[in-house]
Design a protein around this ligand. Structure first.
Ligand code: CUA
Length: 158
């Protein structure tokens, strides 16, 4: 079978690109352990206030886990609880959030932390703050008339 030279080049390029893509995906998933967020943890959105750990929002030191602290947030229109929290510099923190009413966002400005907070589900993100200062948390899912006022703050202190 005769194949035009350009056709061959294009075929090799296509197969090569596919192999590169699959390799990157494979290394990312199996070697680096990257996975899409699970959303496997569920909660009754009407019982958030009485369900641990959301009955006590805020920062808590934990022992015997991969992370040093758990930082629990409850979102509701149009605020987060806590509204302001201090986190020690360099600590490994697991952020755990849920909402009592509608879908909210949980974006920590200036970082790669950006979660959707959905009623009935628990969103989690493990992070380390390695710079002191104030980090603004804001809602980036339109949730109603007070959406633009929905913020909280993380203060990273030594
Ligand atoms: Cu909460 Cu927008």
């Amino acid at each position: 079978m005769h194949m035009h030279k350009f056709e061959k080049v294009w075929l090799i390029f296509g197969i090569g690109a596919l192999l590169v893509f699959l390799t990157v995906l494979g290394v990312s998933a199996f070697y680096l352990g990257n996975q899409p967020p699970s959303c496997l943890a569920t909660i009754d959105p009407e019982k958030v206030d009485t369900t641990a750990p959301f009955n006590e929002p805020g920062l808590k030191k934990v022992e015997g886990k991969e992370w040093d602290y758990e930082l629990v947030f409850v979102a509701q229109a149009f605020a987060y609880t806590p509204g302001d929290v201090q986190v020690p510099l360099g600590a490994k923190v697991k952020i755990i959030a849920t909402t009592k009413d509608v879908i909210h966002g949980f974006e920590v400005a200036g970082t790669n932390i950006n979660m959707m907070v959905e009623p009935g589900y628990i969103s989690e993100h493990i992070t380390t703050f390695d710079k002191t200062g104030e980090y603004l948390i804001l809602c980036n899912e339109y949730c109603g008339t007070g959406h633009h006022m929905m913020t909280s703050k993380i203060e990273v202190v030594e």
